[in-house]
Ligand binder design. Structure first.
Ligand SMILES: NC(=O)C1=CN([C@@H]2O[C@H](COP(=O)(O)OP(=O)(O)OC[C@H]3O[C@@H](n4cnc5c(N)ncnc54)[C@H](O)[C@@H]3O)[C@@H](O)[C@H]2O)C=CC1
Ligand SMILES: O=C(CO)COP(=O)(O)O
Length: 320
């Protein structure tokens, strides 16, 4: 089975490096000059510096390469996935497509698998998600992720093909639970970064992680997910990583908000659009998601950090 990774950002590059340690792999980059530069220099200096590309990895900008691979890993940001699929519909229509992004589409409130199923209905849809920083995977550090796919037979094939000596995949058929966990942990990470940036303390962070997890479960269960999926790598696991590490771009955006600093808008931060999309969806579904709503208000400068903390603390007292 041959695998191509489409999208040469930090995560796509790291996954391609990991796969190429096991068997020849292809990394597709939309920018011809950047692809040629990586193929020659054996490094993606723009997105993942200091991570050498194995000789078994080919970098190309030629879309003809899509045809040659059975399994395609889609490592483009969430808000770009639909247009990417539409643009390359003919070449991707019947493939096994593994979404590697984390988020909720702003216009529709859908996660990556639902977007895949709408935009490429004949393809087999899967999701690779869970706690991992691109730099860690590229270094070959021990990592465990969730591979979500239905039918499970295809999931088993993907699990064995994409696992390596250092990258251990667990399998689930609960695509909804996996996509919601991966998307919403980024929103909670922004909130956690904000309290740490504003020096509100580690206890406040623990409160946000726990009550944020309750919001993740509320939305996931309302959409038909299984509770145990949220307790796994794609939910609890990724929440723990992202809310506790300055390697996370979502956490760092939160830190900037908390410190009153400007954040570089060119950096991919999936939690921002996801917060807005989720707050809207929760309202339509009649779900209480106060932390998500608060993050949206902070991002849109409708609240200060002090007012945000005050509002959350003053909500009516309730049972846990
Ligand atoms: N960086 C990380 O540690 C991890 C990232 N992810 C997820 O992976 C996804 C991608 O993130 P990163 O690679 O980190 O972002 P990035 O900002 O490093 O790279 C995004 C890449 O997508 C490409 N791209 C954007 N629009 C495109 C289009 N229409 N067609 C083709 N390529 C396009 C850009 O050129 C860029 O190379 C996100 O959803 C993120 O949450 C998941 C786990 C870890
Ligand atoms: O998804 C990630 C860790 O699992 C990467 O987090 P950031 O996108 O916040 O950097």
């Amino acid at each position: 089975m041959s695998v191509a990774v489409l999208g040469a950002g930090a995560f796509g590059t790291a996954l391609a490096i990991s796969l190429a340690r096991k068997a020849p792999a292809t990394l597709w980059c939309r920018d011809e000059a950047h692809a040629a530069e990586m193929q020659a220099s054996r490094e993606n200096t723009r997105r993942l510096p200091d991570a050498p590309l194995p000789v078994s990895l080919t970098v190309t900008s030629d879309t003809d390469c899509f045809e040659a691979h059975d399994v395609i890993l889609l490592a483009v940001p969430m808000q770009k996935m639909r247009s990417f699929l539409v643009q390359h519909r003919a070449a991707l229509a019947t493939k096994t497509l593994v979404a590697c992004c984390k988020g909720i589409e702003l216009d529709t409130g859908l996660g990556p698998v639902s977007v895949l199923r709408e935009a490429a209905p004949e393809a087999t849809a899967a999701l690779l998600t869970g706690p991992s920083f691109a730099a860690d995977i590229a270094k070959g550090l021990p990592t465990a992720l969730t591979l979500a796919c239905d039918p499970d037979e295809t999931g088993k094939m993907l699990q064995s093909s994409l696992s390596t000596d250092n990258l251990r995949l667990y399998r689930t058929t609960d695509l909804v639970g996996a996509e919601i966990g991966g998307a919403l942990k980024n929103v909670i990470a922004i909130a956690c970064g904000a309290v740490i940036g504003a020096q509100l303390g580690d206890s406040a962070r623990a409160a946000l992680m726990t009550r944020g997890y309750a919001e993740m479960q509320r939305l996931a269960l309302a959409r038909g997910a299984r509770p145990e999926t949220l307790a796994g790598l794609s939910g609890f696991g990724d929440l723990t990583l992202t809310c506790g590490s300055e390697q996370s771009r979502n956490f760092r955006l939160g830190l900037s908000l908390g410190r009153g600093e400007v954040f570089d808008p060119s950096i991919t931060v999936e939690g921002a659009a996801t917060a807005r999309a989720t707050a809207k969806a929760a309202q339509v579904m009649g779900l209480e998601m106060p932390i998500t709503q608060t993050v949206t208000n902070l991002l849109d400068q409708r609240l200060t950090i002090a007012d945000a903390a005050d509002q959350l603390l003053k909500r009516p007292l309730k049972e846990e």
